[in-house]
Design a protein around this ligand. Sequence first.
Ligand SMILES: Nc1ncnc2c1ncn2[C@@H]1O[C@H](COP(=O)(O)OP(=O)(O)O)[C@@H](O)[C@H]1O
Ligand SMILES: [Mg+2]
Length: 221
Amino acid sequence: MRRVVFLQNVSKVFKDGTKALDNITLEIFENEIVLLRGISGSGKTTLLSLIGALDRATEGKVEVDGVVVSKLPQSALEEFRRKNVGIILQDFGLIEYLSVYENVLAPLIPLNLNKKEAAKRVQEALKKANISHKAQTKAAHLSGGEKQRCAIARAVVNRAKLLLCDEPSANLDRENSKQFISLLQELHTKGHTIIVATHDPIFEELLPTARKIHMTDGKIA
Ligand SMILES: Nc1ncnc2c1ncn2[C@@H]1O[C@H](COP(=O)(O)OP(=O)(O)O)[C@@H](O)[C@H]1O
Ligand SMILES: [Mg+2]
């Protein structure tokens, strides 16, 4: 199977001296669902931010989709992220006064695609997340479940196969968390590799076959 993520002896020390990641070695393969567990402060967000090219490792090698991200110059990191990674954060971060269509189009703007290609990708992402019927609705007017679908469409519109989710259920009730997990399962069947940082037990309950990685003090158990 193809290796999508490879971390080798990765450490991250913040400017104030906090060692958030301590000598992590980790491989994640195509089409895995990985639950990254661990209490608050154990390093989950930091790990996702290195995989998602949002931040750089202090030491070690970070490889994503065969690209050694840890060797890319700062200027190339952002472009790498825009093209290769989908990210879903806790509050989904939709722009409330924009339509679903506009929210999903937004990540493509910096890619300078021609209009036709951009429109095609937006339609494809809306379809994948089952939200095409709400394309013209403002995000503010969506139900909780529809917001999730919109956030998922936006995360996959760049056609990235790697999807990173950081505590996605933090602001969801049980019913909405269930819906979100079934959306992840749909994406998984469509070939996405998914990493979810969460300490919410509902993910283990509903994704019993997912691979679990437990973090403690910046280390993998
Ligand atoms: N920008 C930062 N500067 C300094 N310390 C940080 C920064 N971001 C996170 N940390 C620290 O790194 C450790 C890991 O944090 P984090 O990755 O956010 O953990 P988690 O997501 O598991 O709660 C914590 O001790 C946290 O306080
Ligand atoms: Mg976190």
